[in-house]
Design a protein around this ligand. Sequence first.
Ligand code: 3HC
Length: 695
Amino acid sequence: MVKLELREMDAGRVAVLRIENPPVNSVGSAVRVSLDEQLKAALSDASVKAVVLTGTARFFSGGADIREFNTPKAAVRPSLRELIAQIEAAEKPIVAAINGTALGGGLELTLGCHGRVADPTAKLGLPEVKLGVLPGAGGTQRLPRLIGLDAALEIIVGGEPVTAQQALEYGLVDDVDNDPVAKAIELALTIAQGVRAPRRVDHDPMDMPASAAAFDSARKNAERRYRGCIAPLEAIACVEKTLTTKLEEGLEFERDRFQYLVNGDQSKAQRHIFFAERKAAKLPSDEPADVKIRRVGVVGAGTMGGGIAMSLANAGLSVVLMEQSDAALERGWGTIVRNYETSQRRGRFTAEEVEERLARIQRSVDYADFADADLVIEAAFEDMAVKKEIFSRLDAVCRPDAILASNTSRLDIDEIAGVTSRPERVLGMHFFSPANVMRLLEVVKGAQTSNAVLAAVFGLATRIGKVPVLVGVCDGFVGNRMVSHYTREAYFLLEEGATPAQIDGALRRFGMAMGPLQMQDMAGLDISWAARKRQAPTRPAHLRYSKVADRICEMGRFGQKTGSGFYRYEPGSREPIPDPEVHALIEQCAAEAGIVRRDISDEEIVERTIFALVNEAAKIVQDGIAQRPSDIDVVYVAGYGFPMFRGGPMFYADTVGLEHVLNTIQRFHKEHGEFWTPAPLLEELVRSGRRFSDL
Ligand code: 3HC
């Protein structure tokens, strides 16, 4: 909890209070009670001249204990706000020694102190908006008063931590030192001796010209970055209060807005995703990795292969990027170079950082260059014969302990593994496009993939900043198996009376990053057309099939890359423009299928598409293709643009009520037939009064 240690210095005795609450020193009810006791002990001991507050290991504090939100423990006194008020009002100087990461309530604790010293490795931030809340222990009021509006808005609304050096430049900390506790003691004693004044936050309204432009631009950024999320906008409103109110009144306002957010569905959904991501990263077996991945081969320098190579190089791995011909290799390389140049222009990397990254990628047209790779990821054309040919060649040249992975988005990993002599070292690594940006990685476990291999790949995934989710073998794994039901309903709705813009608009208003038809246009319609042609011979003849997408492809409209698809595009623009030609084609398909078109509501669009996802997801959980429902939420939020503030399809279904979901699915089943056969797991949950989150 909180330990008190007395240090005898020449200038007097100092109490060092150390928060010890592994793993991240979160400040929950027990820590608050303990800190209160130790603080009172230190402040009432006449021999103590000053107090230093610090943490342990890598953490000062990871913030309030999120697990206690919405539980009785959150109401245990003193509250964090009361503790900070006590620190701020103390007669003796209290200085924070920020030994490591200080986030959320952890950083807010330091804002009540009379000085702050950070370790050079420390990270300081207020990430609350990412959890659907706002800094609720004074952060929105004290930070602007300490470092000014612009910097405070950036930290509070951006949610990203700053380094110790940046914090020093902002005036957030007074000093950066390799021994922050010693430096904090020194600073506290100079304040106690009156040599230096304590840095107390001014309680009056901020004396700044009201900068409407700063708030407008913060709101615009927030709306773009966190579309549909209310927390960032509430946080901005709190910061705005600093201009017109005294600290106490601002704190009350902040407390009220925090309570509103913490009790709302959005914050519950965002916290669910926070924990779901961490759960997804845990494998069922704790067998350790049996190979350390340092050098990775990538087969194919197309969009996926290039993006994969970049994410590996960004994380410091050595990469061999291979193509069949020099021409294809140079084309892929050119794209990588251009992507890095864009990142450099946008200030993400310096010229040196770009050079370092490019230098990590060795170009090759020879399989022999994979001889020393620890892992090879195949990102070639999506065709079983092509994959088999590549894997047998890889098996021949790679070390016996090397791991062989396919980036296939739907093909059978076991069939691919079958052409190698090492099926236990073969698996799927399904990246999402653009692979250097998207966080999701579906890790596909084949029938024989070993636990040690999974551990190695999960370790690598975390190193390269991906969110790995373990999935089993089936057509489309988790994400694409579900998405085919989602797009199927979108196509049916087109025939029944909706326009592409209406479907995409309804789903964007629901919160999806992009509507399904816009997404198809972006991904390229020819890819799914090829898959449909492959599946045509085995497609059950009695089931409804929409020809809309096929007919659009037959017109040579493959989406953005050909300037037209479900929409048309002006040259060089990605802005979808509704196209009467497509509307006429949809009407023609509907007439041929004998469908009488009708008015379709936004509500029906959302329920038909989103509940199709939920129903299939329930079958996926039942089939054991996903380990748990929350993994599906991670797949959809991190890989498919599902709104974070709805917590993913399973959490959303729990929120609207599984009974409502099942009733609606049963109604669709009656109206639209077999596709809507309710998942037995969903029926079972409703019967037993449980939710997906109970599994
Ligand atoms: N409360 C409760 N548990 C937390 C937590 C928190 N604030 N922060 C992390 N944890 C848990 C994680 O769930 C995980 O648990 P598990 O081992 O059971 O899965 C464990 O601590 C370790 O976390 P990570 O795996 O994420 O460890 P890392 O070292 O990779 O990252 C971290 C550490 C940067 C602190 C990261 O955990 C993080 O970003 N945490 C959340 C920080 C945050 O949002 N703080 C604000 C909280 S809200 C607040 O303070 C309200 C206030 O304004 C009133």
